[in-house]
Write a protein that binds this ligand. Structure first.
Ligand code: PLP
Length: 441
């Protein structure tokens, strides 16, 4: 079994899996089963009482998912991971694992539009309040805290602004108040490790770079094992008060006692939230994501190197008003890219095409190789106009707070040959600057 710390090796050999114990199959099998035969009644009772860990029912755990979970946890330098049916489910579970009705949490304003909807509207209906903080000044997080604040939430590399989040700055503030930082690392797997910089939990949409082929929706929560859930019982009641749905268990105490590891967050998410809310990742989909994960570190290198070349080209093109990329930010924001990223600066690139919305539309329609889709992180190059699509349910104020200007176009640079990526961008940009036939006639 490889104990490597390198993502390239973990992606192929991690997960405590060498070959299938029953058949010696090398590729991870799809365990298409709902349930697992107990050895005897004592064994069954022990599993349910968490006195022994093992498979009970696929809504809560599955051996295919287990390999994926262990590999993602190892790549993130975390201790445990729980897979769920989508990235949205992962964000939902992350908040519901620490907040109940009457509680609040502080979130960065730089967020995926779907997460804004979840936080602003759906969680509000459940009695959980989101308080938004502008991450340009980490102190904004501290200003928003009160005694019902249970966590901080942010994205490592949020689009459209592509300002790398001040992970350590905000996690340090949180730790002073026993508030964990939850980081959505969807856009920067392998190249950024938020747990190494003080985050307590990482969530991913596995749909994106980790799955990598635009074939499977999935998500996960990684427990960093680096947060003391019992240090301030009033701050984290869900980990310190008896849980009457599980025989009065106090999760912050009982999980380290039973497992010898600080994985209370992951265990509670699995045995309470997956048990009650459902939303597991199907083993077939876990298998699909494992195929992607095996080459994710390799693909990330190519994504990032192609993105740098595209940025270089775009900044010189006469029809481009502005290019947005993590390394192009100046001052403290730009410095964070160097501080938190290694091995690349991401695949996401933003551009403002000269001529505003109309030129932007022309550009998108003229693209021949790039796909026009609402996704990021596919092996193929993708483009979209967020104001009229992914972020269209936001108010004008929310759009501007998120950095979505009317003419902004988001590119997710794929792993095709860089010359072909640049050739497609060039012909579409040239077309965007030409007067339309209607205007000529
Ligand atoms: N987080 C980020 C940063 C995303 O970009 C997305 C989807 O675009 C999600 C979460 C939600 O993921 P999923 O589509 O897998 O539910």
């Amino acid at each position: 079994m490889s104990k490597s710390k390198n993502a390239e090796t973990i992606a192929l050999h991690g997960g405590e899996y060498r070959s299938d114990p029953a058949t010696t199959a090398v590729a991870v099998p799809i365990y298409r089963t709902t349930s697992y035969q107990f050895n005897n009644t004592g064994h069954a009772a022990n599993l349910f009482a968490l006195k022994e860990f093992g498979n009970i029912y696929t809504r809560i755990m599955n051996p295919t998912n287990d390999v994926l979970e262990k590999r993602v946890a190892a790549i993130e330098n975390g201790l445990a991971c729980v897979t769920v049916g989508s990235g949205q489910a992962a964000s939902t579970f992350a908040i519901l694992n620490v907040c109940q009705s009457g509680d609040n949490f502080v979130s960065s304003t730089d967020l995926y539009g779907g997460t804004v909807n979840l936080f602003t509207h759906t969680l509000k209906k459940l009695g959980i309040e989101v308080r938004y903080a502008d991450p340009s000044d980490p102190k904004n997080f501290e200003k928003a805290i009160d005694d019902r604040t249970r966590c901080f939430y942010a994205e490592t590399l949020p689009n459209p602004a592509l300002r790398v989040f001040p992970i350590k700055e905000v996690s340090d503030i949180g730790r002073k108040h026993n508030i964990p930082l939850i980081m959505d690392n969807t856009a920067a797997p392998v190249i950024c490790k938020p747990l190494d910089h003080g985050a307590a939990v990482v969530v991913h949409s596995l749909t994106k770079f980790i799955g990598g082929h635009g074939t499977v929706i999935g998500g996960c929560l990684v427990d960093g094992g680096n947060f003391d859930w019992t240090a301030d019982p009033k701050r984290q009641p869900l980990f310190n008060e008896p849980d009457m749905s599980y025989g009065g268990a106090k999760w912050g105490e009982v999980v380290p006692q039973l497992t010898g590891a600080n994985v209370s967050f992951a265990v509670r998410a699995r045995v309470c939230l997956l048990r009650d809310l459902g939303a597991p990742l199907a083993p077939d989909n876990a298998w699909g994501i494992i195929q992607g994960l095996e080459t994710a570190p390799l693909r990330m290198k190519q994504h990032c190197s192609n993105a740098e070349k595209a940025v270089d080209f775009l900044t010189k093109h006469k029809n481009v008003e502005r290019v947005i990329y993590p390394t192009l930010h100046k001052g403290a924001v730009g410095d964070r890219t160097k501080k938190y990223f290694s091995g690349g600066n991401g695949a996401l690139v933003g551009i403002e095409v000269k001529g505003g919305v109309e030129a932007g539309k022309k550009f998108i329609e003229a693209l021949k190789m790039f796909y026009h889709v609402a996704n990021i992180g596919d092996a193929r190059s993708l483009a979209i106009h967020p104001a009229t699509t992914t972020h269209s349910q936001l108010t004008e104020e929310e759009l501007l707070a998120a950095g979505v200007t009317p003419g902004y176009i988001r590119l997710s640079i794929g792993i095709e040959h860089p010359d072909d990526i640049i050739a497609d961008l060039k012909q579409a940009l040239d077309a965007s600057g030409k007067p339309s036939l209607k205007a000529v006639s």
